[in-house]
Design a protein around this ligand. Structure first.
Ligand code: 4AD
Ligand code: MG
Length: 473
């Protein structure tokens, strides 16, 4: 007989019908005459209750039904007298696929997330990680649906690359060279001619540059793939391997870009509210009591659009009023997360899209603003049309920009930043042959999942986190 998923069993009202369910034991308790087994098969956060009369089964079977054991159960779907569940299964046959001993690492309830990370291969079977992983799946679907419905093409950019898109130099090298016997030239530099690709290559930090090639042919594309950064940031917001979504669109300006960022992220959050109700209710109860409220309010609120210079003015005013920050925030400084959080969580109390950053703190490809900003009555350095979307509890969730489409200006930036021109010729060709105004952004998938689930640590929203000194599983 065919297996019925727990999610379907719980929605069914075909009482009296025989069903077969398979899954893992969450709890097992008994009175003298009857055993109650909560079974979960991953299809939903909810368990189905199995009711088994003590005298109908071999006592040895009950001994094997411990937390974590895997069962197949045949029984009759019955309306449940118990509160909180419509139906239950009265067992006629119980088979044990796999027993589970007391050394099962997820045996106890209420283990810390830190403890569970050490058993990341088994933590997936807990309620919390089940909920997070189902939401993760649903958000991936939402992202593809949003872009597909809006006429974007899913474009695959390479994972192995010879260019450093963000120019931050935080790349993992890819090589087949024998590391014990590296050939070097007279200056001591490693010779890559005989390496697999005949040049130095790395794992990508962003698909943007190749994404721009796709967009300037197809009009609008998006990427959704793994991204790698060897930054030694041991924070609850950084992974060495994360997933990024990068739409790139032709013929848009800064306002259009911000409209897209806001519309897209609201769509994703709304999708979670509509499609992940049970999991969100669970997380709202167990992890973060303000979660669902926060998700609902983000959808309703118009995001603040704040030029960097105005942001610095607000921060400086706060300092005058007695606010203390650890790091400085003078015009020209890159904002620290304490500054971003002040603006989002205390000052505006809603998401902020910050724009028009000083050129010096942003990547080479951002379009330079026509006018220099005035701050304290003085003209400042050049700014660029970069946008960071700042979210409560998360900080930066999106980074994007309008791109510099002018060939000469772009060459000037590449030269000034000492980016090797030999790596950039193909990118510059987009500006040489039929250049066009365009822009895009990158959303950190795990940061979105952090926001949507209310989880506190980015290591707990990806199945197998990669962070400094940690690549187990
Ligand atoms: O701001 P970033 O560095 O922007 C880019 O890479 C651009 N090329 C995107 C574009 O315009 N197409 O990264 C984009 C986003 C960040 O806002 C953040 O959400 C996420 O990627 N991110 C990380 N997420 C987890 N771990 C890390 N180490 C991350 N670094 C960036
Ligand atoms: Mg950024």
């Amino acid at each position: 007989m065919k297996r019925t998923k727990v999610i379907e069993v719980l929605q069914s009202t075909e009482y009296g019908k025989e069903v077969v369910v398979m899954g893992w034991v969450r709890t097992h308790r008994d009175s003298k005459t009857v055993h109650f087994i909560a079974l979960n098969d991953g299809s939903t956060i909810k368990n189905v209750q199995i009711v088994a009369d003590t005298d109908k089964f071999d006592p040895e079977v009950f001994k094997k039904i411990t937390t974590g054991a895997c069962l197949n159960v045949t029984g009759i779907l019955t309306e449940s007298p118990a509160a909180g569940q419509a139906s239950e299964i009265h067992a006629t046959q119980i088979g044990v696929y796999g027993t589970c001993g007391s050394d099962y690492p997820m045996q106890k309830k209420g283990q810390s997330f830190e403890y569970m990370r050490q058993s990341a291969h088994m933590r997936l079977r807990t309620n919390t990680f089940g909920a997070v992983m189902r939401i993760r799946h649903n958000m991936a679907i939402a992202i593809h649906k949003y872009f597909h419905d809006h006429g974007y093409f899913y474009f695959h950019t390479p994972i192995i690359t010879a260019s450093d898109c963000e120019g931050a130099g935080q790349m993992f090298q890819v090589t087949t060279k024998n590391l014990y016997d590296l050939k070097k030239d007279e200056n001591g530099s490693i010779i890559y001619d005989d390496d697999f690709f005949g040049k130095q290559t790395s794992l990508t930090v962003s698909g943007q540059l190749e994404g721009e090639l796709g967009a300037t042919a197809l009009g609008q594309i998006y990427t959704f793939g793994p991204t790698f950064r060897a930054e030694n940031s041991n924070t609850p917001r950084h992974l060495a391997e994360f997933w990024m979504i990068e739409p790139e669109v032709c013929f848009i300006d800064l306002d259009d870009l911000m409209d897209l960022e806001e519309d897209f992220i609201k769509y994703c959050v709304n999708w979670a509210l509509e499609n992940c109700k049970d999991d969100l209710e669970f997380l709202n109860k167990m992890i973060d009591k303000g979660l669902i409220n926060r998700l609902q309010s983000v959808i309703k609120e118009k995001f603040v659009r704040l030029p960097y210079t105005k942001g610095i003015e607000i921060l400086q005013e706060a300092i005058k009023q007695g606010k203390k920050f650890e790091f400085p925030c003078n015009w020209g400084d890159d904002l620290a997360s304490e500054h971003e959080r002040y603006l989002v969580e205390e000052y505006f109390k809603k998401p902020v899209i910050m724009t028009n950053y000083p050129k010096a703190i942003k990547a080479f490809y951002m379009k330079i603003d026509d006018k220099k900003p005035i701050y304290n009555g003085k003209e400042m350095e050049e700014t660029v049309q970069g946008t960071d979307v700042l979210f409560p509890a998360i900080g930066e969730i999106i980074g994007g920009s309008v791109r510099e489409e002018n060939y000469d200006k772009l060459v000037c930036e590449i030269t000034a930043r000492h980016i090797p021109m030999k790596d950039m010729w193909w990118y510059l060709d987009t500006r040489k042959f039929g250049s066009c105004p365009h822009g895009g952004f990158g959303l950190g998938f795990e940061r979105l999942i952090l926001f949507v689930t209310g989880m506190q640590n980015i290591r707990d929203v990806i199945p197998f986190p990669r962070t400094p000194k940690s690549a187990e599983f």
